[in-house]
Design a protein around this ligand. Structure first.
Ligand SMILES: Nc1nc2c(ncn2[C@@H]2O[C@H](COP(=O)(O)OP(=O)(O)OP(=O)(O)O)[C@@H](O)[C@H]2O)c(=O)[nH]1
Ligand SMILES: [Mg+2]
Length: 222
């Protein structure tokens, strides 16, 4: 396992270098099956594809169904079928990177295979991981799968519209999450109803195109 992870890490470092030299940020989206990764990408493309140059890598065990859902946004999409593999790795990303014209991209979203465990262990060369969790999965996911919630740069809590129909406790979820990661931004959204999505659009826009840091003017004497 250590050898596999070391080899993965070396390739991930190469991928990260290539993306950084082309000024492309890569977002590794991780969640359980059905938490709403593709729906989040649909909403994001609708809102931001006219502002940013978006590409997508769709990781799936089989089928290109998620890629088909994104086709209407006229963005470059590459499908990686893992044929049973429960996560993407940096070698599979490296192999498809040439399919993109990286010079004409701002952001490459990677939808990882639906799984909360293995995808968290394999660095793809991403700029950051994004965790998506939905209310219908139960409020105990941060406590049970802490690695992802520790490492992600932001957490999306999706399907807030369904809270009234479940026993999801927002309070328990937040308490567990804050025990694991006290500072990670939590964005509560409904990708189908639209609640909270403006906060997500603002947050991700700030990651793709960070506000210029102001340069302090040199102090003049006298
Ligand atoms: N009620 C509700 N349903 C949602 C929401 N977001 C997504 N869904 C539904 O949840 C189902 C799964 O959504 P997907 O976006 O396909 O989930 P996914 O994470 O991409 O799934 P996999 O790729 O299979 O891992 C679909 O039927 C969506 O319409 C939401 O905010 N509220
Ligand atoms: Mg999907």
């Amino acid at each position: 396992m250590k050898n596999i992870l070391d080899r993965n890490q070396n390739k991930a470092d190469e991928v990260r270098k290539i993306l950084s030299s082309q000024k492309v940020i890569m977002v590794n989206i991780i969640s359980s099956p059905g938490a709403g990764k593709t729906t989040l990408l649909e909403r994001t493309c609708e809102k931001l594809a006219s502002r940013f140059r978006i590409g997508v890598i769709e990781g799936d065990i089989t089928t290109d169904r998620d890629a088909q859902r994104l086709k209407k946004y006229n963005i470059p999409i590459v499908v990686i079928n893992t044929e049973g593999g429960c996560h993407l790795d940096s070698h599979s990303i490296s192999k498809v990177l040439d399919s993109f014209d990286l010079a004409s991209l701002d952001v490459l979203f990677v939808e990882n295979v639906g799984n909360l465990i293995c995808p968290s262990q394999f660095d793809l060369g991403e700029t950051f991981k994004l965790a998506v969790v939905s209310t219908t999965e139960g409020d105990d996911k941060p406590a049970k799968y802490p690695m992802l919630f520790r490492e992600a740069r932001a957490i999306i809590l999706n399907k807030t519209d369904l809270i009234p129909y479940t026993n999801f406790s927002r309070q328990n979820f937040i308490t567990d999450l804050r025990n694991i990661n006290g500072s990670v931004p939590l964005l509560e959204v409904s990708c189908t109803k639209g609640d909270g999505l403006n906060e997500w659009f603002n947050w991700i826009s700030g990651q793709i195109d960070p506000p210029a840091t102001s340069v302090a003017s040199p102090l003049k004497g006298g």
